[in-house]
Design a protein around this ligand. Structure first.
Ligand code: AMP
Length: 398
């Protein structure tokens, strides 16, 4: 079990919260989606209510160890100030003089936002020296940044060695993410259906292999379906195929059969010659994709079939869109599957940023049981991996 912030004594202490404030910004550096900031509020408020002074830190984008205006956390600081009803300060460095001065004068009930952690090279290098500087700021370490827990970075992993089980824990967001994934894989209500899509088999092969013994049905859509279809001898035209993974795809199909997992691939697609909104499209069966055309979404027959497959599900896990949902013409299949999943009476779990995006665009977000915020991290949990950011926060299993 992951150690929750509720299990440790944080009253009146100085607390470091590693958040995931990696929000999208437009060209004017306006935040276009502040969900990640709002979802950190629960843990921050809990600390405020316990009389803590709080240092929050995050990365934003991928700066290369030096300051770059476009990656500054200042817009995040401003948004956080508006959301929280308390005194919020901003340090214009991470472990420099400004941060040090502001940390040392921080009062109970105040929040200090440090500048982007990745402005320091030590962050991605998992440097002990950098982690120690951060650790020296505070008494308590809280990780609430699920989206980066699969990365051994200084503020996620190295820093934990300067705290122990009474001074480090997971925030509410991280706790929920980890417990949801663990319970889902350990004791799902059946039938358990996994719906996997997205561009490539390569990114999701390990997750597929780990899921097979746990699920009752596997639905494959999106670009990755074509490697499976080609493996079965179909001519898929110019559709996305990873030829080097055809043998692996066959193994997954065989393994599914062996384990009694019902395996479903698209029976028709929305095909086009180019991937654009202006392209002419055809609805064709997977046997009849014309030469030079490619499948960019699941077709109407497949949507209906997948809906049928999902109808008795008690647990559904969805990771990866059914088509190129970013383009309206190829978004319908993903939207239809989103609707079908949202109508299920069982537990519905959505993983990955793109899939969360589809669900939001389809207007189904409120009807899902749980939407995971971290793409890479949630995939690695599905692969059965122990995340470097989570491992040090685990209590011993009873
Ligand atoms: P992933 O990051 O692997 O989950 O893939 C998500 C991406 O897969 C999205 O950007 C989709 O546009 C893309 N995608 C989904 N279906 C297809 C397809 N049939 N052909 C090409 N790309 C696809």
């Amino acid at each position: 079990m992951i150690r929750s912030i509720r299990e440790i004594d944080i009253a009146n202490k100085k607390v470091f919260i590693r958040c995931d404030f990696n929000v999208p910004l437009d060209e004017f550096l306006n935040i276009t989606d502040d969900r990640r900031i709002r979802s950190a509020i629960q843990t921050i408020r809990y600390c405020l209510d316990n009389g803590c002074s709080i240092v929050v830190a995050s990365h934003l984008g991928r700066p290369l160890g030096v300051f770059e205006k476009k990656y500054s956390l200042e817009p995040v600081f401003k948004r956080l100030t508006r959301i929280l009803n308390c005194k919020v300060k901003f340090a214009n460095d991470v472990i420099g003089t400004d941060a040090k001065n502001k940390v040392s004068s921080l009062q109970a009930g105040e929040v200090l936002v440090l500048e982007n952690l990745r402005f320091e090279k030590g962050e991605v290098e998992n440097s002990k020296k950098f982690a120690k500087e951060l650790a020296n700021f505070v008494d308590i370490y809280i990780n609430d940044a699920f989206g980066v827990c699969h990365r051994a970075h200084a503020s996620v992993e190295a820093i934990t060695q300067y705290f122990n089980k009474t001074t480090s824990a997971a925030g509410f967001l991280l706790q929920k993410e980890v417990e949801f994934s663990r319970n889902l894989l350990k004791s799902p209500a059946r039938p358990f259906v996994a719906v996997v899509g997205g561009s490539k088999v390569s990114g999701k092969l390990k997750a597929l292999v780990n899921l097979l013994p746990r699920i009752d049905k596997l639905i494959i859509g999106g670009g990755m379906a074509f490697t499976f279809l080609k493996a079965q001898g179909y001519d898929v035209g110019n559709s996305l195929v990873e030829d080097n993974l055809i043998q692996e795809a066959l193994k997954v199909i065989e393994e599914a059969k062996k384990q009694g997992v019902k395996f479903y691939l698209p029976v028709d697609v929305v095909a086009a010659q180019t991937c654009s909104q202006d392209s002419e499209v055809k609805f064709v069966t997977t046997q009849e994709i014309p030469k030079g055309w490619m499948g960019l979404d699941i077709g109407p027959a497949t949507s209906r079939m997948f809906r049928e497959v999902l109808h008795d599900a008690q647990t559904i896990l969805w990771n990866g869109p059914m088509g190129v949902f970013e383009i309206e013409k190829f978004a319908k299949g993903s939207h239809k599957i989103s609707h079908a999943i949202s109508e299920a009476y069982g537990t519905t779990v959505i993983g990955g940023g793109d899939t969360a995006d589809v669900v939001a665009r389809a207007g189904d977000a409120d009807d899902m049981t749980f939407i995971s915020t971290g793409g890479g991290a949630s995939l690695e949990l599905l692969e059965g991996k122990e995340l470097p950011g989570v491992k040090p926060l685990n209590n011993k299993e009873k």
